[in-house]
Design a protein around this ligand. Sequence first.
Ligand code: C5P
Length: 400
Amino acid sequence: MELEGRRILLGITGSIAAYKAAPLCRLLKTAGADVRVVMTPLAKQFITPLTMATLSKHPILVEFFDPENGAWNSHISLGEWADCLLIAPATANTLAKMAAGIADNLLLTTYLSARCPVAIAPAMDLDMYAHPATQQNLRTLAGRGVHLIDPEEGELASGLTGKGRMADPERIAAFVEELLREKKKTLSGKRFVVTAGATIEPIDPVRFISNHSSGKMGYAIAGELARRGAEVTLVSGRTALPAPLDVRRVDVLSAAEMYDAATAAFDRADGAVMCAAVADYTPAEPADRKLKKGDSDLRIVLRRTRDIAAALGARKGDRLLVGFALETDHEADNARAKLEKKNFDFIVLNSLRDAGAGFRGDTNKVSLIDRAGRTDLPLMSKTEVAARIADRIEEELAAR
Ligand code: C5P
C-alpha cells in the first residue's frame, strides 16, 4: 500500500489512450490512494464519466460548475486537496495549453493553481510527439518542474509505429509512488563540496574573461544533497541564482579563488561534485588600471589555471569525486579520459549537440559514465537530473 492516504488528482484528456486511465485508476486505488478525476470535455468521448466515477468512487469533474444546480467546482480547492496532479493521458493540445498558461477548462485551471507535484504521461501520434512544437512544450514544462513520464515506442492507434504510446498504467503508477515517496534524510552526517557557475578572470579592473555557465545545474545538485540531509558547501562563481535552502555558499570570482575555497572545504568533506565551468586560462598580468584603447591590436598573454578537480582527485583517498564534462565532439572518449585523468568516481557527460542540454536552459540530457559503463538519462529538468546524480552518489557511498 505504497500510496496509503495519498490524494491523487487524475486528469484525463481527449486521447484514445484515455481507456488506460481506467486500469490506472484501479492501480492507484489498490495502492491505497484516494483518487479524484477531472476530465476535459473531449475526454468524455473516449471514456465515460460513469466508468471513472465507479472506479474512483467520486463524481467526475468536467465543468466549472454543475449546470443543474450551479454548484461550483473550485479548481483552487482541487489543487489544494491533491498531493499530486497526474495527467494521463496528456494530449499535445493539453501540453501546449499548459506550456502557454491557457486556462479554458477545469483541468487547465486546476493545473495553473496546483501547488503539488505535477506528472504528465503524454499520448499521441508519433509525428505529433516528434513535432518541434510539442518537443518545445515538453522542454518548457520539464523546465518548470513538471515530471515527464516518457511515452513508449510501439504500435499506435493510428496504425503507425513509433514513439507516442502512453506509458503502461503499471509504469505510471510506479512513477507516482516514487514521486510521492517521502525523501528520507539519506545523506545526513555527510559533507559535500559543490562547485558551480562561471569563474571570472580579470583583464583589468573593468573587463574579464568568462563563459556562459548559469550555475543552475550545480545549484540544483547542492540543493538536492542538502534536502537529503548533507552539509553542503557551495563554492560559487558568478551566477544570478539565490543560494539553495540550507546550503553554505562561498562566493568566489577567479579560478584561483575557487581553487583555494574548494580545496579548503574538501579537507573536511566526504565528497565533491565539480560542476563549475572553470577558466582554463587567465590573463597572466591583469592591469591594475583600465586599459586604454589604441590603434593597434591588443595581445593578452594567458596563463594556465590550476585544475581544481585534478587537484582534489590526486588527494581524494576514499572520498567521492564527481566531475562534469561538456563536450562538442568525441564526447564519450573525452569524458572517459577525464574520468581517469582527474580520478573521478563518475563523470556526468552533457553534449552541446542535444537540444535542451547545456548552459542556460532549465533542462538537461546527460549520461553518467564510470569505469564499468554508461547510463544515458532522458531529457529532464535540471532538478530531476540533480536527483538522479544524488541517487548515484548514495549508491556509490553505500558500496564503500
Ligand atoms: O577538463 P575539463 O575542464 O573539460 O573538465 C571538466 C571538469 O573538471 C568539470 O567537473 C570541472 O568542474 C572541472 N574543472 C575544475 N578546474 C578546472 C577545470 C575543470 O575543477 N580548472
